[in-house]
Each structure stands twice: as C-alpha cells, then as structure tokens.
Design a protein around this ligand. Structure first.
Ligand code: NAD
Length: 249
C-alpha cells in the first residue's frame, strides 16, 4: 500500500479505457482516496463509484480556472487535504502544420497546457500549507520527438510546454516540499485517438518499438504511482519515459 489515506486528484479520469482511470484504479488499490475530475459530473461520479466507497467524482473543465479552484476547495472540504495531483486531462488532433486553425490551437493548448497550469494553481495552496505534495504532469513522447505518431504539431508544442511548466514548478515548489514530475508516454492504447488509428498503423508503429508492443494504460499508471508515492521522495523536475524504448535519448 503505497498511498495509504493519501488524497489524490486525477483530471480527465472518467474515460473507461484511459490512462487517468487506470491510474485512479491503481491509486485506490494502494489505499488512496481518489477524486476523479472530468467534463461530465455523471461520468466522473460513476467512475469514482467504480473504485469503491470513499472516492469522489466531480465535474471540472480544467480550462476553466474558477472550476479548478472550486473543485480543489470541494475536495479539501470533503476529503480534508490534497496530497497528489495528476494533471492527466488531454486532447489531441491529427493535423498537419498548415491545417491548424486558431480553434485547433486554442482547444489543444487550452486543455493540455492551460489546464495543467490552472489545476496546479488550484491545489498548490493546500499542498503549501501542508508542506508536502506530489504533482505528476502528463506530457508525451510527441513533445520530445516532434510528433509524427498521431497528434499534430500543436499537440507536440502543448506537451513540450507542459514539460517547461512542470520543471519550472518543480524549481519553485521544491522549498515547499512539493515535488513536480512528468511522464512522457509513447503510444498507449486508449480512446484518445477516436478510432482513427488503424490496425495496420499499429503494427507499423510496433515495429519501431524495442519492446515490441504498444503501451497499455497500466504501463503509465505504474509510473504515476511511483512519482506520487514516497518511493520518489528525492525526485523532482524529472521526466519518465514510458514508451517501450520508442525514443531512447
Ligand atoms: P482519453 O481520451 O482516454 O482520456 C482523456 C480524458 O480527458 C477524457 O476522460 C476526457 O473527457 C478528459 N478531458 C478532456 N478535456 C477535458 C477538460 N477540458 N477538462 C477535464 N477533462 C477533460 O485519453 P488518454 O489516452 O487516457 O490520455 C490521457 C493523457 O495522456 C492525455 O493528457 C494525453 O494527451 C496523454 N497521452 C496519451 C497518449 C496515448 O497514446 N494514449 C500518449 C501520450 C500522452
């Protein structure tokens, strides 16, 4: 039990086959009380119920600063504290550079990058007051290798922005006892690609992966557990690749 009685907030964790839900399940198994945040209240509540009693599901659009603050306040009121935040909510779009319009740029940057800022800002006061906390930010191998898998250049840029934000937060929040790390998953089989990734393409991508397979949500959840728990108490500002060796750098 690596997270006994820790209160862990995970954004974008209602998606049934998603990384956030897998992380929520694993954290609950390790004794955490989990707050699942997602766009729809009903889906977030149902996902929390799936984990068992004592967990919370709340509607929270991470692009809405007031909603992030309200969610954090409600979690502190209901669960008493916030020990861990996983900034997992994200969207992607398979566009080429000249296809990216202002609405695409805004949507992708807002959820992935602005959402990471707003939700972190919402939990930092509680973590500072406690003098402890762990924030895990979900970036992507796309940030490191310039996309080329599914997401477009605006997704690569947003996820690279997440790494800059994460490292700057790690530097600023270290003296408060708050650690901030990131995970850079390779291609993980979830619903984020909206069925647009063909079986042929998956086979092609797997050929370039030394471990010979695409990732599953639990592969990423395990890295989040490490970064959220006391196994990583002297690690901050770090980036953990979970990509089967797709990118070795
Ligand atoms: P997913 O689509 O299964 O889950 C994403 C969740 O985010 C959904 O539940 C969605 O409702 C939620 N969400 C979207 N916009 C939101 C908003 N504004 N506020 C709150 N919640 C919102 O996707 P996934 O594959 O599990 O992705 C999880 C994270 O991992 C994302 O940040 C994604 O960019 C990142 N990632 C995924 C992969 C992959 O291959 N699947 C690779 C690298 C990084």
């Amino acid at each position: 039990m690596l997270l006994n009685d820790r209160v862990c907030v995970i954004t974008g964790a209602a998606s049934a086959r998603g990384i956030g839900k897998a992380t929520a399940r694993l954290f609950a198994r390790h004794g955490a009380r989990v707050a699942i945040l997602d766009l729809e209240a009903g889906q977030a509540e149902a996902a929390a119920r799936d984990l068992g009693p004592g967990h919370v599901g709340l509607a929270c659009d991470v692009t809405d600063r007031a909603a992030c603050t309200a969610a954090a306040d409600e979690i502190v009121a209901r669960l008493g504290r916030i020990d861990v935040l996983v900034n997992n909510a994200g969207i992607t779009q398979p566009l080429k550079i000249m296809e990216i319009g202002p609405e695409h740029y805004d949507a992708v940057t807002d959820v992935n990058l602005r959402g990471t800022l707003y939700m972190s800002q919402a939990v930092i006061p509680a973590m500072r007051q406690q003098g402890s906390g762990a924030i895990v930010c979900m970036s992507s191998v796309s940030a490191q290798r310039g996309g080329g898998i599914f997401g477009g250049p605006h997704y690569s840029a947003a996820k690279a922005g997440v790494l800059g934000l994460q490292k700057a937060m790690a530097r600023e929040l270290g003296p408060d006892g708050v650690r901030v790390n990131a995970v850079t998953p390779g291609l993980i089989q979830t619903d984020i690609t909206g069925g647009k990734l063909t079986p042929e393409l998956k086979v092609e991508i797997a050929k370039g992966i030394p471990l010979g397979r695409l990732g599953v949500a639990d592969d990423v959840a395990n890295a989040c557990l490490f970064l959220a728990s006391d196994l990583s108490t002297y690690i901050t500002g770090a980036v953990i690749d979970v990509n089967g060796g797709m990118l070795i750098h």
